[in-house]
Design a protein around this ligand. Structure first.
Ligand code: ZN
Length: 132
């Protein structure tokens, strides 16, 4: 794994949160992108070299809707940049981590992504992402 690619934060109201985080960071989001397959709408902020992703559910059975129902708004996942996501998925599976999608899928921000179940990572949802 290389570096933290971004931190994902689950929010109820993307528009309100975009305004809030713009105030916090002193700069607006630089893009909004929907990921239909996941039922989410995302926005991205740059903070120096770091990226923050806000995620809002666009349907009731979206993983973000379920997360907010269980835990409320807050940090949802930490994403790590990897060079070869398929090799990394194989490696982590062999190490005993539970990979939620063994075949990487297209995520937001032009990335191939795979997730590790929080059950196998001390309660933290981990996203692996590889630039496409
Ligand atoms: Zn993410």
């Amino acid at each position: 794994m290389n570096k933290i690619e971004h931190i994902g934060i689950a929010v109820k109201d993307l528009e309100a949160s975009n305004a809030l985080f713009s105030k916090l960071f002193g700069a607006p989001h630089y893009k909004i992108e929907a990921v239909e397959s996941e039922g989410v709408k995302t926005s991205f902020f740059k903070v120096g070299e770091n990226k923050i992703e806000l995620l809002e559910a666009t349907k009731e059975d979206s993983p973000i809707a379920k997360f907010i129902e269980r835990k409320g708004e807050g940090i949802h996942h930490i994403a790590f940049d990897v060079d070869d996501i398929e090799a990394e998925v194989r490696r982590l599976k062999a190490e005993g981590f539970i990979v939620l999608n063994e075949t990487p899928k297209k995520g937001a921000d032009n990335k191939l992504v795979a997730f590790l179940h929080p059950k196998s990572t001390n309660g933290v949802l981990i996203e692996l992402c590889q630039e496409i």
